[in-house]
Design a protein around this ligand. Structure first.
Ligand code: PRT
Ligand code: ZN
Length: 224
């Protein structure tokens, strides 16, 4: 069910939410974010914002439910690989890499353990919220592992005796350090990206997307 208004999915709350809202405001999109609304209408442009969990954004784009979305590449790639495995639609177009949300997905091990390379992970149990990216990476290195799927508290899994290692997002490294872990291998580098659904767009939407992209370019350049 498409509408005349451009639908953009962004994270409701969390690490990408503020910067997404800020970016849209700087692009001249007038929005008042208040309350617990799922859909917010821009006041001065035919744009509706959908405020959702970040986990839902890749699927909303790949199923063609929304036109644009802002999402961390880590989440996007995890969902893409999962959908490929399930034979579900997994296509999207990347319009632009953004200048926030930077982090890396890394394998971390006990800080006192030695690490010589991915082969050291052979046969190990690795706790992660990103089993598909991890498997894709280790398959290519010829390494097999047992996953331990956790959607939170991944960093405590080794201490709790649930896993030998973890694969989690890192930005400063403080969380790893606080849990007696060290980064062994970076497997994916991520930033927030603006993505678009596949399929046709009418002339008005196409023009609006181009205008937004030009403005985003300007906003990002002004900060550099
Ligand atoms: O509620 P919702 O599902 O929408 O949000 P969420 O809790 O799933 O995600 P959120 O808001 O935590 O993160 C959204 C996105 O921000 C991620 O998918 C990444 O693309 C990006 N991002 C950037 C990060 C980090 N940096 C980050 N440091 N996401 C998570 N972390 C966590 C990490 O998992 C670890 O627990 O922060 C901790 C590590 O930080 P350091 O600085 O101690 O290394
Ligand atoms: Zn999430």
């Amino acid at each position: 069910m498409q509408t005349d208004r451009l639908r953009i999915a962004i994270q409701k709350k969390g690490r990408l939410a503020k910067e997404c809202q800020e970016l849209l405001k700087r692009c001249g999109v007038k929005i008042s974010f208040s309350g617990e609304r799922l859909v917010v209408h821009a006041e001065n442009m035919p744009i509706d914002l959908l405020l959702v969990r970040d986990d839902d954004i890749p699927g909303l784009i790949m199923d063609g439910v929304v036109d644009l979305g802002v999402i961390g590449e880590n989440e996007l790639e995890e969902v893409r690989l999962e959908r490929i495995a399930l034979n579900e639609p997994s296509e999207y177009t990347q319009l632009r890499r953004l200048d926030f949300g930077g982090c890396r997905l890394s394998v971390a091990i006990d800080k006192d353990q030695t690490y010589n390379g991915p082969e050291d992970l052979n046969g190990k149990r690795i706790a992660t919220s990103y089993p598909n990216i991890l498997k894709d990476y280790l398959d290519k290195k010829g390494v097999s592992f047992s996953p331990c799927m956790l959607n939170g508290s991944v960093e405590v899994a080794p201490r709790a005796g649930l896993a030998d290692a973890i694969c989690d997002l890192v930005s400063t490294g403080a969380t790893l350090e606080a849990n007696g872990l060290k980064e062994a291998e970076v497997i994916f580098r991520s930033k927030a990206v603006l993505i678009q659904r596949k399929g046709e767009f009418d002339a008005e939407k196409t023009e609006l997307i181009e205008r937004l992209l030009t403005r985003i370019q300007g906003v990002i350049q002004a900060k550099e």
